[in-house]
Design a protein around this ligand. Structure first.
Ligand code: GLU
Length: 597
C-alpha cells in the first residue's frame, strides 16, 4: 500500500528538520478504516483522539489513559477507568470488546502475555497466558508421513494448530489480583455491542475479503463472516448473539464456564472433528490450563530499565539484547537519519535474532541461558562485533553463559502478523502492557460460540531436530510455543515512563525496539515514535517500510552489505508516556486510539 503523508503538522522539535525525521512526526497517513466517519457513534473525546492521531499529535491526560486497536474497545476501557476501575479492570473490558470488533486478531480463543507495574509495591509482574500444546501432541504433529514439515497453511487451518486458550483465565487472574470493579459488569459493554450490533470496521472488512477462501473452510465461520454468502462490508451492522451468551456465562461463573462444561465441550468437539485437519485438544487440556507468573526480564538502556515478558516469549530477551548492545553506542548523537545508526540497529538485531533462533523457547521444557543472554559481559562481547564500518558478513548465535550444558540446533518457524496490543495506565499509577493474539489472522478459522480458536501451535518449529541436535522450540505435550510478543514497560527511577507493545509476528521485536530508541534517544513524542517509518531486520533482509522516507536509506544500507527489501510493515504500536501527565500514541497503520482524562 502506498501511503500519502499529512503535510499540515507544525513540527516544533528542533531535531525534526529533515524529511525523514519530519515524516516521523507527521505520521504515516491512517488507513481508511480509521476515518472519523467509520466511527460516528463514538464519544466526542474518542473523536478528538482520532483527530489527534490523524494530525500526528499525541493525546494527553492527567489521570488515566488507554490505548488499543479499536476505538469501541478503547471506549469500553475508558468507561471502566472513568468509574475508578484499575488498569486490570479496564483490560477485561477492552479485551471483551476486541474479541468482537477485531475478531481476526485476538479473543477468548487465544492467548496473551501481560506485564503489570504495581503502584503499591513498585514491582513489575508478568503473567503468561500463552496457549499450550495438548497432552496428546507428538513430535510429528506438523510433519508429513515422510518426516518433512507440513505446508504452513495445511497446518494452520483446522483443529491441528489449536492450543489450549489462555486469554479467559488471564483476564480472570489479572482481575483477581488487581481489579476493584465487579467482574460481571466489565462485560456489559461487549454484551450490548454483540446483541445490539456493532459497525464492521474497514480493517475487519478488508481482513475478511483478503482471507475469504480459507475463512469459508468451515460452515459456522463462513455463516458469520459471509452472511447469505456475501462477505461483510465496512459499515455493516453485525450481531453476535453467540458471543453475548458466552460472555454472559463467563461474567456469571468466571473462567470456569469456559474451561469446563458446555463451552469446553464445544471447543473440544470442534477441534477434534474439524473436517480434513482434526486436532487433539481434549477436555483435560482445558481443565488443567493455568496462567503462570514468570520472572520479568529487565535490561538497562540509557537511564532506564526496559522490562518485559520472558520465556516462552522471546520478546523481552531479544528487545533487551538489541537495546543492550546499542546502549554501548551513541545513537542520540547520530540521529534518526544516520545510516550508521541503522547499520548498528540492523546488525544488533541480526545478532539478537541468531541467539533467539538457537536458544529461546519455553524454559519449563528447555534449559535456557536466560540470565546469560542479557548479562553485561555477554552484551559487551556481542556489542564489540558491531565496531566495523560495514554490515557483518556473517552472523551466528553466540555462547552466553549458562548453567546447563546443552547443544541446540537453529530454529525454524514461520510467524505471520495479526494480534493486538493494549496499553493502559490507571489513576492509581498502575500500568498494564498486554499483547494478545489468536496467532494468524482469524486463527485456525474454527469458530465456537461466537469466537475464533487460535492456531498458536504453528508458532512451534515444525522440525524437531536438525543434524541430530534438538531444536529448542520443538513441540512437546504441555509446552507453550515460543512467541515474539513484547509487551513492555520502561521504568525510569523505578517508575513507569513508557508503556508499549505491538503486533507484527517476529517483527514485533524490531517495532518495539525502534520505538523505544526513537523516544529515548531521538526525543520523539509517543505519537512520533509509533508513527515513524519502520526499518526492521530479523536476521534476513533489512525491511524498509514502503512509501515512506525509510527507503531513502536503501542505497546506504545496500552499500554496507545488507540485503534490502521494501515492503508494507504493518505494526500496531500503542504507547503511553508517563511523566507529570500522560501522553498517548496510536499506530496510524491501524484503527486504534489513545484516550484519557
Ligand atoms: N503468534 C505470534 C507470537 O506469539 C504473534 C503473531 C502476530 O503478532 O501477528 O509471537
Amino acid at each position: 500500500m502506498i501511503r500519502a503523508f499529512l503535510s499540515s503538522v507544525v513540527i516544533s522539535a528542533c531535531f525534526l528538520t529533515s524529511s525523514f525525521a519530519q515524516q516521523a512526526a507527521d505520521a504515516v497517513a491512517p488507513e481508511a478504516g480509521s476515518a472519523l466517519s467509520d466511527f460516528d457513534t463514538l464519544s466526542g473525546a474518542a473523536q478528538a483522539a482520532l483527530a489527534a492521531k490523524e494530525a500526528g499529535a499525541p493525546t494527553t491526560a492527567e489521570n488515566w489513559m488507554v490505548a488499543a486497536a479499536n476505538p469501541l474497545a478503547v471506549e469500553a476501557g475508558a468507561a471502566v477507568l472513568r468509574r475508578g476501575g484499575t488498569a486490570a479492570d479496564a483490560m477485561v473490558a477492552v479485551q471483551a470488546v476486541l474479541g468482537l470488533v477485531e475478531p481476526q486478531s485476538s479473543g477468548l480463543g487465544g492467548g496473551a502475555f501481560l506485564v503489570w507495574y504495581d503502584a503499591n509495591s513498585g514491582e513489575v509482574i508478568t503473567l503468561d497466558g500463552r496457549e499450550t500444546a495438548p497432552l496428546a501432541v507428538t513430535p510429528t504433529l506438523f510433519q508429513t508421513d515422510d518426516g518433512e514439515p507440513m505446508g504452513f497453511w495445511d497446518a494452520v487451518v483446522g483443529g491441528r494448530s489449536v492450543g489450549t486458550p489462555g486469554t479467559p483465565m488471564l483476564m480472570e487472574e489479572a482481575h483477581a489480583r488487581w481489579g476493584r470493579a465487579e467482574w460481571a459488569g466489565l462485560f456489559e459493554n461487549a454484551i450490548s455491542l454483540a446483541e445490539d450490533g456493532f459497525t464492521v470496521s474497514e480493517r475487519m472488512a478488508s481482513s475478511i475479503a483478503g482471507g475469504a477462501e480459507r475463512l469459508q473452510t468451515f460452515t459456522r465461520t463462513a455463516d458469520y463472516f459471509f452472511p447469505g454468502g456475501e462477505a461483510l462490508q465496512a459499515g455493516d451492522t453485525l450481531v453476535n448473539d453467540d458471543y453475548a451468551n458466552t460472555l454472559r456465562l463467563i461474567a456469571a461463573h468466571g473462567s470456569d464456564a469456559f474451561y469446563t462444561g458446555a463451552i469446553a465441550d464445544d471447543i473440544v468437539a470442534t477441534v477434534r472433528t474439524a473436517a480434513g485437519n482434526p486436532g487433539v485438544l481434549s477436555a483435560t487440556d482445558l481443565a488443567i490450563y493455568r496462567v503462570i507468573e514468570r520472572d520479568p526480564v529487565c535490561v538497562a538502556y540509557r537511564e532506564s530499565e526496559v522490562c518485559g515478558m520472558g520465556p516462552p516469549s522471546s520478546g523481552a530477551l531479544t528487545v533487551g539484547q538489541i537495546l543492550g548492545m546499542l546502549d554501548r553506542y551513541d545513537l542520540a548523537a547520530m540521529g534518526p537519519e544516520s545510516a550508521d545508526a541503522w547499520r548498528l540497529i540492523g546488525d544488533a538485531s541480526r545478532l539478537a535474532f541468531a541467539d533467539r533462533g538457537r536458544y529461546m523457547a519455553d524454559s519449563d521444557f528447555v534449559p535456557m541461558p536466560t540470565m546469560g543472554l542479557t548479562a553485561d559481559s555477554y552484551l559487551d562481547q556481542r556489542a564489540s562485533l558491531l565496531t566495523g564500518d560495514d554490515a557483518l558478513p556473517e552472523v551466528a548465535a553466540g555462547s552466553p553463559e549458562w548453567d546447563h550444558a546443552m547443544l541446540l540446533a537453529d530454529d525454524e518457524s514461520l510467524e505471520l502478523p495479526s494480534t493486538s496490543h493494549i496499553s493502559i495506565v490507571d489513576q492509581y499509577g498502575n500500568a498494564l502492557s498486554m499483547t494478545t493474539t489468536i496467532e494468524n489472522g482469524f486463527g485456525s478459522r474454527l469458530m465456537v460460540r461466537g469466537f475464533l480458536l487460535n492456531n498458536e501451535l504453528t508458532d512451534f518449529s515444525f522440525r524437531t531436530q536438525r543434524d541430530g541436535l534438538p531444536i529448542a522450540n520443538r513441540i512437546e505435550p504441555g509446552k507453550r510455543p515460543r512467541s515474539s510478543m513484547s509487551p513492555t514497560i520502561v521504568l525510569s527511577s523505578g517508575k513507569p515512563s513508557l508503556v508499549i507493545g505491538s503486533p507484527g509476528g517476529s517483527r514485533i521485536i524490531g517495532y518495539v525496539a525502534q520505538a523505544i530508541i526513537a523516544h529515548i534517544d531521538w526525543g520523539m513524542d509517543v505519537q512520533q515514535a509509533v508513527s515513524m517509518p519502520h526499518l526492521v531486520n530479523r536476521f534476513g533482509s533489512y525491511d524498509l517500510e514502503e512509501g515512506t522516507d525509510a527507503v531513502n536509506l536503501e542505497a546506504a544500507l545496500t552499500d554496507f552489505g545488507f540485503e534490502v527489501n521494501t515492503r508494507a510493515l504493518n505494526s500496531g504500536l500503542h504507547a503511553i508516556q508517563v511523566s507529570e501527565s500522560l501522553s498517548g500514541g496510536a499506530d496510524p497503520r491501524r484503527e486504534g486510539i489513545a484516550l484519557g482524562e
